[in-house]
Write a protein that binds this ligand. Structure first.
Ligand SMILES: Cc1cc2nc3c(=O)[nH]c(=O)nc-3n(C[C@H](O)[C@H](O)[C@H](O)COP(=O)(O)OP(=O)(O)OC[C@H]3O[C@@H](n4cnc5c(N)ncnc54)[C@H](O)[C@@H]3O)c2cc1C
Length: 509
């Protein structure tokens, strides 16, 4: 999912795009009030990655669909997402002669996440992701010329099935939007923007019969429907809820602002329950802007999938904790998750800095030179003439750090095996000035989410479905689909795929 270096979408494009969507769909209150008297076949809460395909496919079957969207625009996380998706048997694979099957996709997902995603939902995803991508392609979706690929930023698949549009998530939204517009024009989809679903209406027998919303004027309205779909995203913009559900602070805020966890609360309020917070795993290499939690991203280091490391990594005790060149970034990320506050410091010297390929993604022209410039400001980047001073400036144990570097250098210079089994050791750390870079574990997604069954119905702890209530997208937890690892495409692909399947199957009676 997450490397964001490939997005070429300018702010100007974003504004142009958002303006066109806005003018199309804001409705006056009197009309909203009239709509509240109608009975809807399907009410979709959240017009984002999962909600839009669900609405489209239901509407195309003749169902009367209402989308309730809190933001002033449809699209949700697709505005931010890198839009990396994966599926087997796609036309993009066929064009390059790549042979692939849903079975191989399923096995790859379960190998990478050690069998920690929900097996039924993963199977459904593997079986239907390819056709979902083909449906996007039929409607104009295209991908980078060199895609499909086996990997970007996460552990590789065995087969190239990872495909990404040149505009990231926007490449997907640009396909969905005209189809939604068409259904709006036909009257089969109605959209309420700037309208927040605040409550579910539950009958005495426990069935869900509607939604209570609040619009941007503070008016409270009830909408009744046969099927209610929670597609309101995760909680990765709600630090308090995030920490409560995952036991880990939200170190960096990167998610869509409306990912406040509304759907998780709504589902629980009518008898659903949450699972998956324990699957939390941090991503590698985020330099935060400051010490706040959550902070914002300043720079992101390329991980072992994108670049062989020259530097060593230490924890707050000044000790190494991982084989820095381990071929699995998942392995490294899990060990980062065991370090205090998930912090990890890169330690390197001037020689390395002069010779190594750029360590960071090129956000706003960030290069190895920028490391030197930033270290003059003494923020997350520090510089000193000797290791002891570097440790003191950085807040690491000085003697431990000296010993760590001495041991690393000795093994390297004397051609002895590295203490952690590291093989790629281009240079010892011995030519000052020396540098430290404080990096943090971070994420984009909430792993915790509502429990659902294989039909996307929200279930109670007994396993019994809550009648008429469905959940798709990140509201069911990234952990349900990706497990305790970052498997390529396992946020956007399930959101789109489950949306398509639910829209195709949901009943009107
Ligand atoms: C920066 C970034 C990059 C990512 N890159 C990738 C990637 O490359 N590949 C991948 O697989 N995954 C990626 N992910 C994760 C993936 O994008 C998300 O998991 C997925 O898009 C979530 O889809 P969704 O439909 O659940 O939520 P969204 O797309 O966020 O849709 C939810 C919608 O619900 C609305 N809403 C919220 N609350 C309410 C309410 N109370 N009432 C009404 N509406 C409400 C929101 O405004 C929003 O429009 C990325 C995430 C981020 C943040």
């Amino acid at each position: 999912m997450d490397s964001i270096e490939n997005i070429n979408f300018s702010k100007r494009d974003f504004l142009k795009y958002t303006t066109s969507l806005l003018s199309a769909t804001v409705l006056p209150f009197s009309y909203q009030s009239a709509l509240a008297k109608e009975h809807w076949d399907v009410i979709v809460i959240g017009g984002g990655t999962a909600g839009l395909p669900a609405a489209i496919f239901a509407a195309q079957r003749g169902l009367k669909v209402l989308i309730i969207e809190k933001a002033s625009i449809l699209g949700g996380t697709l505005f931010l997402s890198t839009g990396q998706i994966a599926g087997a048997g796609t036309v993009f694979q066929e064009r390059k002669g790549i042979k692939d099957t849903p079975d191989q996709h399923y096995e790859d997902i379960m190998r990478i996440n050690n069998g920690t995603s929900d097996p039924i939902l993963t199977r459904t995803l593997a079986d239907h992701a390819g056709p979902t991508i083909n449906w996007l392609e039929e409607n104009g979706y295209s991908i980078f010329e060199n895609h499909p690929v086996k990997k970007i930023a996460h552990d590789p698949f065995r087969i190239a099935r990872y495909q990404q549009g040149p505009m990231g998530g926007m490449s997907i939204l640009n396909v969905l939007k005209p189809i939604v517009d068409n259904e709006i024009n036909k009257g089969s989809i109605t959209v309420l923007l700037e309208t927040s679903a605040n409550d579910l209406i539950q009958s005495n027998s426990g069935d869900i019969t509607g939604v209570i919303v609040e619009n941007n004027k503070g008016d409270i309205l009830e909408y009744k429907g046969q099927n209610i779909i929670l597609a309101s995203g995760g909680c990765a913009s709600n630090p308090l809820l995030y920490e409560e559900l995952h036991g880990v602070p939200l170190y960096c805020q990167m998610a869509y602002p409306e990912s406040q966890g509304a759907g998780l609360i709504l589902g629980q309020s009518v008898g659903g329950y949450l699972r998956g917070g324990e699957k939390y795993s941090p991503l590698y290499g985020m330099v935060l802007s400051d010490n706040k939690a959550p902070s914002t991203p300043f720079a992101v280091a390329k991980n072992v999938i994108e670049r062989k490391p020259w530097e060593i990594l230490v924890n707050s005790k000044g000790k190494r904790f991982v084989q820095e060149d381990h071929k699995s970034i998942d392995h490294i990320e899990h060990l980062i998750g065991e370090q205090p506050s998930h912090r990890h410091w890169a330690i390197l010297d001037q020689n390395m800095l002069n010779q190594m390929p750029d360590m960071f993604y090129d956000w706003g022209g960030f290069t190895n030179e920028s490391i030197i410039e930033e270290s003059e400001k003494q923020n997350m980047f520090k510089k000193a003439d000797n290791i002891r001073d570097l440790a003191i400036k950085t807040g690491l144990h000085p003697i431990n750090l000296e010993e760590t570097i001495e041991s690393y250098n000795n093994n390297l210079v004397n051609k002895k095996e590295d203490a952690f089994g590291r093989e790629y050791r281009p240079l010892p750390i011995q030519n000052g000035p020396y540098y430290s870079i404080r990096m943090s574990g971070w994420t984009l997604c909430s792993f915790a989410g509502l429990s659902i069954n294989g039909n996307f119905e929200v279930i109670k702890p007994s396993g019994e479905p809550i009648k008429n209530l469905y959940a798709i997208g990140e509201v069911i937890g990234f952990g349900a689909t990706s497990g305790n690892a970052y498997v390529n495409g396992m946020g956007v692909t399930p959101a789109l795929t489950y949306g398509r399947l639910l829209g195709q199957s949901i009943s009107s009676s």
